[in-house]
Design a binder for this molecule. Structure first.
Ligand SMILES: Cc1cc2nc3c(=O)[nH]c(=O)nc-3n(C[C@H](O)[C@H](O)[C@H](O)COP(=O)(O)OP(=O)(O)OC[C@H]3O[C@@H](n4cnc5c(N)ncnc54)[C@H](O)[C@@H]3O)c2cc1C
Ligand code: FES
Length: 490
């Protein structure tokens, strides 16, 4: 369990059990959905959140909780990719988000361990030094209070250099949420299965919801069309440890991230504990050993440390690394989306909530930066759309398949191990638990039929295409899939 989920219990809400109507339906009870409902409530709008599991139990409950406009080495890249005007919009939006957090925490007197800290992107390798120097220059040019620092930092390994952003923040995300959810209308354990975009009706596991405005705050949108988000987004996972460290270990003055995203570490302190993370990879592409590597590194750099929590999570990544926030598709003026934060969804969710609330209310407070996040910024080719139609036909009915596999075929799978085996020309995912019980699943993802991969670190079946995940019994853990991949045995 994550440090946040273990140290802050949120209230539980009933599931929906009848048909209802509301002004704004918000699908997804993570930070995006909760902030959107909170901002709308301030303006007297009747919004209701439906959450398939428990609120904040998705990526939000498993974040690192850095509230910063430093999103890796992004500003120099954005300058080259989208030009100065739009890069500035991105910076202003995130700056405003950080300011809004400060305002809410202050105004409502929220005890969420909100602390102002600097944020660093460092490198241990000379090859990233130039990029870091450039980032510091570009950031300063955009008006960010940034510095280029050479040499050693308070980290337990040598560093080449870093770019430091002053006056950023970190907090306990769930303590913050526990305060802002008060008075919101929330249904938990209620999954949205389908949206009728013409009639503005959501069919859920507990009843139908009719709403004037609908917001996708589900992370990856679960529907295929309109929007076609699966053609322009994937997901990435990372792993985190919370460590008790020795008093003579280096104490951090701020939040740290290695410029080498795949192999480097992310670090911050919380309440005397060190959060130590890494192992980033595209979902569905983990051959195992992520926790082992983190634990070995923690023991190497923080000798005598004790692991108190370990967890992992994933987030959506858009084609150009900028979130999709705004109108869901060109043909649905009253349906909105906020997603694609690339693991920077603390500020990202706030930007999303502000823009979506603004658009629902018909206000112009976010007009000076909204455009850079517009989900309609990519034109999808007709061939891509046709390819999709064929794929959907191919996967229809997958979840209803019946299949049994003889015991002797399963001998090659050891206890605690998952494997894909072939039987009668069909690929089957097999997992044997420590007691010897065997579980079989179809390895065709129920979203759009990609081949699932076994993730030994988390004992799950993960999809490399759009990041759906299933437990070893075949039940959905992560979006966009809605249906399980378990066989209905005879
Ligand atoms: C390891 C890791 C570390 C991170 N660290 C940071 C950080 O330090 N700073 C930062 O800014 N960002 C960070 N992020 C990113 C940030 O945590 C996320 O971007 C943010 O929490 C996303 O919030 P969300 O509400 O969009 O998604 P979620 O929190 O995932 O919420 C979506 C919700 O929708 C629900 N849902 C899905 N489908 C349905 C359905 N059909 N019906 C009803 N409900 C549904 C889910 O159950 C879920 O609760 C990190 C991400 C990861 C993976
Ligand atoms: S998540 Fe889309 S095919 Fe698996």
């Amino acid at each position: 369990m994550s440090l946040w989920l273990d140290t802050c219990k949120l209230p539980e809400y009933d599931a929906l059990d009848k048909d209802i109507e509301c002004d704004v339906l918000i699908m997804g009870g993570g930070l995006s959905g909760i902030l959107t409902a909170f901002l709308l409530k301030q303006k007297g709008v009747d919004a209701c959140i439906v959450e398939s599991d428990r609120i904040a139990n998705g990526t939000t409950g498993r974040t690192t909780g850095k509230v910063t406009i430093q999103h890796g080495l992004c500003y120099h890249n954005f300058l080259n990719q989208i030009g100065r005007e739009k890069t500035l919009m991105y910076k202003i939006a995130n700056d405003e988000a950080l300011k809004t957090y400060r305002y809410i925490v202050d105004k409502l007197n929220i005890e969420c361990d909100f602390e102002t800290k600097p944020a660093y992107v460092y490198t241990t390798e000379p090859k990233y030094a130039e990029a870091i120097k450039e980032e510091a220059e570009v950031a300063k040019g955009l008006g960010i209070d940034a510095e280029y620092i050479e040499g050693k930092l308070p980290l337990p390994f040598p560093t080449e250099c870093a770019v430091k952003f002053n006056n950023q923040a970190q907090f306990h995300p769930l303590k913050f949420i526990s305060s802002i959810i008060q008075g919101l209308k929330i249904y938990e354990k209620t999954k949205v299965l389908e949206i009728d975009v013409e009639k503005h009706v959501a069919r859920t596991t507990g009843g139908k919801i009719k709403a004037r405005h609908i917001v996708f705050a589900t992370g990856f949108p679960f529907n295929y069309t309109p929007g076609y988000y699966f053609l322009r987004m994937h997901q990435k996972r990372s792993y985190l440890l919370a460590l008790e460290i020795q008093s003579d270990s280096p104490q951090l003055d701020g939040m740290y991230l290695d410029a080498n995203g795949e192999n480097g570490f992310t670090l911050r302190m919380y309440n005397g504990m060190l959060l130590f993370g890494g192992g980033s990879h595209r979902t569905g592409e983990n051959s195992g050993g992520k926790y082992d590597y983190l634990i070995q590194s923690a023991n190497k750099y923080y000798p005598g440390c004790r692991i108190v929590h370990q967890w992992s999570a994933q987030d959506c990544v858009s084609l150009d690394n900028i979130p999709y926030i705004g109108q869901f598709s060109a043909s649905t003026p009253n349906i909105f989306v906020t997603t694609g934060y690339r693991k920077w969804g603390m500020t990202g969710s706030m930007v999303g909530a502000k823009i979506v609330a603004d658009m629902i209310l018909g206000q112009n407070d976010t007009e000076n930066y909204r455009e850079v996040f517009n989900p309609q910024r990519f034109n999808l080719s007709a061939s891509a759309v046709n390819l999709f139609k064929d794929t959907v036909k191919a996967v229809k009915g997958l979840a209803k398949e019946k299949f049994t596999i003889p015991k002797e075929e399963l001998k090659e799978v050891n206890s605690g191990e998952g494997k894909v085996i072939e039987y009668l020309g069909k690929k089957v995912g097999v997992y044997r638990d420590d007691e010897g019980t065997v579980y079989t699943v179809s390895t065709k993802c129920s979203h759009l039929g990609c081949q699932l991969e076994w993730n030994q670190d988390e004992k799950s079946w993960d999809c490399p295409c759009h990041g759906s995940r299933f437990d070893y019994k075949g039940f959905v853990i992560d979006n966009p899939a809605i249906h399980p991949v378990n066989f209905l045995d005879d």
